[in-house]
Design a protein around this ligand. Structure first.
Ligand SMILES: Cc1cc2nc3c(=O)[nH]c(=O)nc-3n(C[C@H](O)[C@H](O)[C@H](O)COP(=O)(O)O)c2cc1C
Length: 381
């Protein structure tokens, strides 16, 4: 559907992929898989294929190995059984004329040893997240991770490459590397966590090395224009910060080179400190947002803005050229048919409509049934 009155509803060419509109379904972990197997099931097929009219869909973060899974119940991407499950999802999206990319990640220090059968967890440095985490044994303090060795880093690179190969087998149109929200890649990027003194720590160039090397690996599997990266310069989710976000991320968006897309998460509304940090940071700078610093430095095909976007704000950043595409999490969580609703001016479902707030996290976001996942009636106005 093309509606020229709304720039976000116009088509976009992402390399050889024709996107019918500029809406992207942002990655959302929803924990509907069997925690032991991490295989997508019928609920995933229904959930993802219902959003096929988007420009493209990003999956929930799928871990690249058993020991990198930070969420019990996530659908992951490190073995053949998971490929079979994901292939059903991908085929259903393609059958409806859609496009879907797998978001792959390593949970780093957000993984708790209890979630991975008592195994060792690692990060850039041996610093625990200050806080607690939900495991099958209830809420427990985060564990102190081991500082990743050269061998561990080699394994991470191999695991990302293997996961990209599995994504290709499942038929995904491409992949996104999750470099946001305080998981392993982000733990190497930002200096409140990365205290290393080797080639992966210290300077900004060194802290970006792991991400750049992961990209080199996955680009041997997918063409560069089918690979994207998500970054969150100001998110303090998972207890992480950087002393100079503009310097770090202007380097990173340049260093990732000519890839398909970069998705910049500007705001995560469940992360209260983020907005506060950001407004303090920009108070004395020329621009009130990080977009104008990053967009000119990115050499790839599409710059995606994320975080708190509605129709008006999306149209504004696209018509001003500050962004090529916009991704939505909460609006796509509550509305399958967002492009159609934007075009028709239909009132949107939203989290503010939820009648039983006590069910929001445990049942609707992360429960095991279709309630609040494939059944969106709980979000209706
Ligand atoms: C329930 C839920 C799960 C999420 N899971 C992921 C995830 O797996 N990977 C990711 O990169 N971001 C995840 N996010 C963050 C969103 O992708 C997005 O960056 C954030 O919600 C801001 O966008 P919004 O304002 O459109 O919701 C999640 C957000 C929500 C609400």
């Amino acid at each position: 559907m093309v509606d020229q009155t709304h720039p976000v509803l116009t088509s976009f060419k992402l390399g050889d992929l024709e996107l019918p509109n500029r809406l992207v379904v942002a990655a959302m972990t929803r924990c509907r898989a069997d925690p032991a197997a991490g295989i997508p099931n019928d609920l995933h097929v229904e959930y993802y294929s219902a959003r096929a009219s988007a420009g493209f869909i990003l999956t929930e973060c799928a871990s690249v190995s058993q020991e990198s899974n930070a969420f019990p119940g996530a659908a992951n991407l490190y073995n053949d059984e998971q490929v079979v499950g994901w292939k059903r999802v991908v085929d259903a999206v393609h059958a409806k004329g859609g496009r879907i990319f797998a978001q792959i990640y390593h949970g780093g220090r957000a993984v708790h040893p209890d979630m991975i059968g008592g195994g060792v967890t690692y990060s850039s440095s041996a610093i625990a997240i200050n806080g607690t985490v939900h495991t099958q044994n209830g809420r427990v303090p985060h564990a102190v991770p081991k500082e990743a060795s050269a061998e561990d880093i080699k394994k991470v690179l191999n695991d990302f490459k293997r996961s990209a190969e599995l994504a290709k087998q499942a038929g995904f149109d491409g992949i996104e590397i999750h470099g946001a929200n305080g998981y392993l890649v982000d733990e190497f990027l930002r200096d409140s966590v990365n205290k290393r003194t080797d080639d992966y720590g210290g300077s900004i160039e060194n802290r970006a090395r792991l991400l750049v090397e992961i990209l080199e690996q996955v680009k041997t599997v997918y063409p560069a224009d089918r690979v994207g990266v998500k970054l969150s310069p100001f998110s303090s989710y998972n207890d992480i910060q950087d002393s100079d976000p503009i310097a770090l991320y202007t380097h990173v968006v340049h260093a990732i080179g000519s890839i398909g897309f970069v998705e910049i998460s500007e705001l995560f509304s469940f992360d209260a400190t983020n907005a506060e940090l950001q407004s303090k940071f920009f108070a004395n700078l020329e621009h009130q947002s990080i977009r104008p610093y990053l967009k000119p430095r990115f050499q790839g095909l599409a710059f995606i803005s994320n975080g708190g976007y509605d129709l008006q704000k999306s149209n504004d950043v696209i018509s001003s050229g500050e962004s090529d595409l916009v991704s939505y999490a909460q609006l796509y969580l509550t509305n399958n048919d967002l492009p159609e609703k934007f075009a028709a001016g239909t009132p949107l479902n939203g989290l503010h409509n939820v009648k039983e707030m006590s069910k929001l996290w445990s049942v609707y976001f992360y429960g095991s049934t279709g309630e609040g996942y494939t059944d969106l009636s709980v979000y209706e106005p």
